[in-house]
Design a protein around this ligand. Structure first.
Ligand SMILES: CC(C)(C)[C@H](NC(=O)Nc1cc(F)cc(F)c1)C(=O)N(CC(=O)NO)CC1CCCC1
Ligand SMILES: [Zn+2]
Length: 186
């Protein structure tokens, strides 16, 4: 199971590389990678276990963040109401954003990253709605439309597969400036 010590931090070149496409069927190693990344998110979202293992509660984890430059990321976006099923839960492999809204969306709190220990204040303008195509661990292709928070999380994770970190998107001169009709997401 991954612990914080296993998560690569900003400055590690692996976070600035373009990750390699994953081939199917998954090797045993890639199957284990997918399982372990999702396990991190599940454990980190359990308050007891999160504390026990000193984790940062995460909603997404990309393979480069555990030192593996492959196009794979685990996403676990919980429902606002905890006894509902998650808004989005899957390991997205070779993800491609096939269409995106012109309208931007941004978290009112700004973003952070499991791989970035410092706070970087500012809005991170992303697309408010996306259509995402990806393969799951069984090689099945999915095409899903996401909006608001789940769309933000998936864009954040897919950025990691392209060597992009959230603060690359923050306006240097006006960090809390966002395009006119940006959907502010809290
Ligand atoms: C960087 C960190 C603050 C740990 C952020 N966590 C987070 O948003 N907490 C959270 C939210 C929930 F809805 C439920 C829950 F259990 C915990 C996070 O995981 N990420 C993922 C990351 O760094 N992936 O590489 C950063 C988010 C910023 C915007 C999208 C993902
Ligand atoms: Zn991140």
């Amino acid at each position: 199971m991954y612990l914080m010590k296993d998560i690569t931090r900003d400055g590690n070149p692996v976070l600035r590389k373009r990750a390699a496409k994953v081939s199917f069927p998954l090797s045993d190693e890639d199957q284990k990678l997918a399982k372990d990344m999702m396990k991190y998110l599940e454990v980190s979202q359990d308050p007891e276990l999160c504390k026990k293992y000193k984790l940062r509660a995460g909603v997404g984890l990309a393979a480069p963040q555990v030192g593996v430059s492959k196009q794979m990321a685990a996403v676990l976006v919980p429902a606002p109401d905890e006894d509902e099923k998650p808004l989005f839960k899957d390991v997205i492999i070779n993800p491609v954003i096939v269409s995106e809204s012109v309208q931007y969306g941004a978290l009112t709190e700004g973003e952070g990253c499991l791989s970035v220990d410092k706070d970087v204040p500012g809005y991170v303008p992303r697309h408010d709605r996306i259509t995402l195509r990806y393969q799951d661990v069984n090689g099945e292709t999915h095409k899903v439309r996401l909006k608001h928070y789940p769309a933000i999380v998936c864009q954040h994770e897919i950025d990691h597969l392209h060597g992009v970190l959230f603060y690359d998107h923050i306006n240097k001169d006006q960090p809390f400036e966002a395009p006119a009709d940006t959907v502010m997401i809290s």
